[in-house]
Design a protein around this ligand. Structure first.
Ligand code: ATP
Length: 303
């Protein structure tokens, strides 16, 4: 597509759940080494870009009032970074249709960053390679490269060095949205506090988990799900334990906190079971909203 023919470009970007999040001890730079197994799920934001006199951001959706509309928005940062690399101004209006919970541990901001990068690249006719886009994603944040790629992947380092994983599936999930968000740095801070003085093992990907992903067996995946940030998220938000219990009582194969939380994730055996668990979770009064989704889902996609 040539830049002049494109009045508007929309990109659809997925949320993620970490099916394994193994966290190492804090490094001297404050970051943690991770073995992070990402699964993209069919809960999407849509990022639309259109030419404008200056960089502006708008957002619609239930949680839109919690999304910053200033230059700190990850989509705005992505547009600015791409424009800088190409010696141009980021003269673009970005509109985000927000469906991914905000500050929910599902990488919604990262998804919008990857979406804006791909959308602006198309709008401005830059023709960046996948590698170039992935490098810019890694500069924006450790979860951003995965939002571009989607599917399932193992991230090591700070989570940004990705290896794509083979998957069976689809796996059927329910996500329970909590009131308010949790700050990712605060959850890592609590992890450091809880693990202080203990021997934190090197993070490594679980062979049983990778096997379960590959074969598409939800029971095996349920048995292998782990999140080292879960105790920290529960320590900051004890009420999440009630949500987890409500989901397993309702028939979920497994329940865990999604990433840094406070969204909770429930793996189920079928689409029907997912809908039953979602209904029971809402009825339990332990969450604000639920979403049924499948994974793996594709990464950032031009619509
Ligand atoms: P992760 O799972 O990657 O740790 P998260 O899902 O917990 O992230 P986000 O929804 O990405 O959290 O938002 C974290 C914070 O980032 C928000 O509180 C908000 O202030 C800021 N932010 C910046 N850009 C965006 C965006 N496009 N959408 C949502 N939040 C954004």
């Amino acid at each position: 597509m040539t830049p002049s023919s494109a009045a508007k470009i929309t990109v659809r970007v997925p949320a993620k759940v970490n099916v394994q999040l193994a966290v190492g001890a804090a490094r001297p730079d404050g970051f943690h080494d991770l073995a992070n197994v990402f699964l993209a799920v069919s809960l999407f934001d849509e990022v639309t870009v259109a030419p404008a006199a200056a960089l502006t951001v708008t957002c619609e959706g239930t949680d839109a009032d919690r999304v910053p509309l200033d230059p700190t928005n990850l989509a705005a940062r992505a547009a600015t970074l791409l424009a800088e690399r190409h010696g141009r101004t980021p003269d673009v209006h970005i509109h985000i249709a927000k469906h991914i919970p905000v500050a929910g541990g599902m990488a919604g901001g990262s998804a919008d960053g990857a979406g804006a990068l791909l959308a602006c690249d198309a709008l401005w006719g830059l023709g960046s390679t996948r590698e170039e886009l992935l490098d810019l994603c890694a500069e924006l944040g450790s979860d951003v490269p995965f939002s571009l790629v989607g599917g399932a992947a193992l991230g090591v380092g700070r989570g940004e060095r990705l290896t794509t994983l083979e998957t069976g599936g689809p796996f059927h999930w329910v996500f329970a949205v909590a009131d308010g968000g949790l700050s990712t740095p605060a959850v890592y801070g609590e992890f450091d506090r809880l693990t202080e003085g203990t021997d934190v093992p090197e993070p490594t990907a679980s062979p049983a988990l990778l096997d379960a992903l590959r074969t598409g067996d939800p029971h095996a995946l349920a048995a292998a799900l782990t999140n080292d940030l879960q105790p920290a998220a529960l320590s900051l938000r004890p009420a999440l334990a009630d949500t987890l219990a409500a989901g397993t009582t309702a028939g979920a194969l497994a329940a865990l906190v999604s990433g840094s939380g406070p969204t909770t994730a429930f793996l189920t055996s079928s689409a029907d079971s997912a809908h039953q668990v979602a209904e029971a979770l809402l009825a339990s009064g332990t969450c604000r909203a639920t979403h049924v989704a499948t994974g793996p889902a594709p990464g950032a996609t031009l619509l």
